[in-house]
Design a binder for this molecule. Sequence first.
Ligand SMILES: Cc1ncc(COP(=O)(O)O)c(C=O)c1O
Length: 390
Amino acid sequence: MQIAERQLLLRDSNFVRILRLAAEAKGLISLGPGEPDFDTPKFIRQATKNALDAGKTHYSSMAGRPELREAIAKKFRKDRRVGIDPDKNIIVTCGSNEAIFLGLMSILDPGEEVLVPDPCFLSYIPTVEAFNAYPISIPLKEEDGFQLYTDAIEAAIKDPKRVRAIVLSSPSNPTGTVLKKKRLEELADIAIEHDFLVFMDEAYEKLVYEGKYHSMASLNGMENHCVTFQTFSKSYAMPGYRLGYAVGPEELIKAMTRLHTYTTLTAPTMSQIAGYHALTGSQGCVERMRREYDRRRKLVVKRLGAIPGFELVEPDGAFYAFPSIHFKKRGKKLTSGQFCEFLLKDAKVLAVPGTEFGRYGEGFIRLSYATEYSLIKQAFDRIEESAQKL
Ligand SMILES: Cc1ncc(COP(=O)(O)O)c(C=O)c1O
């Protein structure tokens, strides 16, 4: 069978091998997951059941149910202090991943470029490549706290005419970094100067533990240069509902909605009804989960700090820690992949190699604390013991 060339470009992940090993391991503790361990709050599940019982199983309008778009616009006005039109500036999608895919597909012609601060969320680079465009990595450095600096962005722009966008997440998956206001302002200036879009992935917007969250969409002059991607998967623990959305310039949202019509058609109607209730109901559940993640974050920071061989930029958001690893075996420094394999076999703890998030992730591992507190404790007891063998 002949498979399209663009498929062959998609890299096989080293992590797949590690996951295979993990499936065989007994008594494993996983610090791998990229999804909340919490159940979806009860009132949201109840709203879903009610929707089913009421026979809400038909297609919705392409861009999303009007009441949901209205609720999103209200939330956006409140959180971002930006006025948006629910009929022109919003598309509701099957998770924010679909929205990012549609956004990139709508703007990219073959040979064009997208800037990608690296390490980054694992779907950005393959998605850009799938459209025969070039992802241009901007290396993020541990010593900069994984913040994005002007000189690094400018060094990556070789031919401004070819650069169509930058795609990035804040709070970041995998580093947990929240971009500082000054860094956002500098990036906004560059985007306006070179006329490219900022795809700001705010999947973890509600999971911020230190300081205030600053948003790209709120900055002056970004109305036509910023697309914001948000999701119900993390804040409301609804990953299986597959519900996300994009907020952006009218022309782009229109193009994305056209493509959406030929792919998923609409996000699931029951999920959209559940999402409406999530946004308009009490937000206490979001805060309760955030507080528990924060408690776990503090534990992870403390435990990593006590094990020689790890160095950590303290994460301010999301639910990940991204320490660098400095371990040797028989005099040779272990790579991220080798270290994760060692952890899996020796400690029976699953961690994700930093290389899953781009080539500048080498030398790091990602540990998720979307796992119960007591399990995180046990995992670190094991990691501590195993690390002493290196
Ligand atoms: C940064 C980031 N963006 C997007 C997504 C995709 O989320 P969704 O479930 O909304 O497709 C994830 C999921 O892990 C993520 O970490």
